[in-house]
Structure formats: C-alpha cells, structure tokens
Design a protein around this ligand. Structure first.
Ligand code: 5GP
Length: 189
C-alpha cells in the first residue's frame, strides 16, 4: 500500500534542509527519501545516509534502466534523482516519505502521485539574505557559489506552482507553520 509524500523544495539556503530535519524529529512516521547523486561527497557526508553517491556513468545507466521516479541535472554535470526502490522500501515499512529535492523534481513527483502528495515551497526572505547564507556556508568554490545563486533565482520562480509556500523569515515560525501543515496532511486519509 502507498503511503504519503511530503515534498519540500526551495532554493539552496532557504532553510529547507533544516525544516525537513525538524519535521523528521517531530513526526516519527516520516522517513527521509535518500536521493542518488553524482556530485562529490562533502566532508562528513555518509554514503547511503545523506545520498547514494554514484558515478555519472552509474547514474546514467540507472536512468536508462528506468530506475528513477524523477531525476534532474541540478547543476551542470551533477545528477540527482529519486530511486523507485527507495520510496517502495519506505512505504513497505509503513512510513510516509519526506523529500528534500529541487523544484523540477518536486513537480515531477507530484505528477506521479497527485492524490497522496503535498508539495511545500520554502521561501527565503530575499535574494540578498539567500546570498549571505550561501556565502557563510562556504562549502563550495566561487564558481559553484555563482551556479547556486543562478539556480536559486530560477527556483524562486516556481513558488506559485506549489500547494503551499512557507515564508522562512525566522526558523521558529517556519517550524511551527510546517508542523501544523504537515501534521494536518498526515492525519487526513
Ligand atoms: P546539495 O548538493 O546541496 O545536497 O543539493 C543540491 C540540490 O539538489 C538541492 O536543491 C536538493 O534539494 C536537490 N536534490 C537533492 N536530491 C534530489 C533528487 O533526488 N532529485 C532532485 N530533482 N533534486 C534533488
């Protein structure tokens, strides 16, 4: 039997990952969908926990085999995708699934599962704040930083397509809004 899908998207630096982590702590029936990615593993990341890290070749092979529910080349040369087996594994275990993915992937998942999914967009206060947050993060080179800003601008234009927009002006307020929204969604049939 299918469970539910909570799809969280928004630009890098919007706070979506922090909000997803918070929701995982609040609702034990939620399980995180571990994506596959061909990007470089960052320090501290664990294969099979943060992502299933694949080479570009392996990723492309799996695309050909139809193993992905959705996939995107989120940054040039860096592929990200949701494996069918990942969602099935979690549903089989009786869990509802929460996703932290890009806006296009979010829309594609929603199309696959229109009746049992909720797509939530996390909106940062402004592009300036987003830039500041990304600068502070400093996990990437200057080139990559520019890529992320470009991508963030594009992602912001998708907000209206989502079921719900959470304005992340402050984390406590955003947590409270997300908890209420997802709590209501999980308790409906
Ligand atoms: P990061 O490299 O910072 O971990 O993630 C980069 C972007 O890829 C983020 O916007 C993240 O949400 C997105 N992403 C992660 N997993 C997936 C996935 O399975 N599918 C898609 N379409 N995007 C993903």
């Amino acid at each position: 039997m299918n469970g539910k899908l909570v799809i969280v998207a928004g630009p890098s630096g919007s706070g979506k990952t922090t909000i997803v982590r918070h929701l995982l702590g609040v609702y034990p029936r939620l399980a995180f969908s571990i994506s596959a990615s061909s990007r470089q593993k960052r320090e501290g990341e664990i294969d099979g926990e943060d992502y299933y890290f694949l080479s570009v070749e392996e990723f492309k092979k799996r695309i050909k085999n139809g193993e992905f529910l959705e996939w995107e080349e989120v940054y040039p040369g860096s592929y990200y995708g949701t494996l069918r087996t990942e969602v099935e594994r979690l549903w089989k275990a009786g869990r509802d699934v929460i996703f932290d993915i890009d806006v296009k992937g979010a829309m594609n998942l929603k199309k696959h599962y229109p009746g049992c999914s909720l797509a939530v967009f996390i909106q940062p206060p402004s592009l300036e704040v987003l830039e500041q947050r990304l600068r502070l993060r400093q996990t990437e080179s200057a080139d990559f930083f520019q890529q992320r800003i470009g991508k963030a601008k594009e992602e912001l234009s998708y907000a209206a397509k989502f079921d719900h927009i959470i304005q992340n002006y402050g984390l406590q307020e955003a947590f409270a809004e997300a908890e209420k929204l997802i709590g209501d969604f999980l308790s409906t049939f």
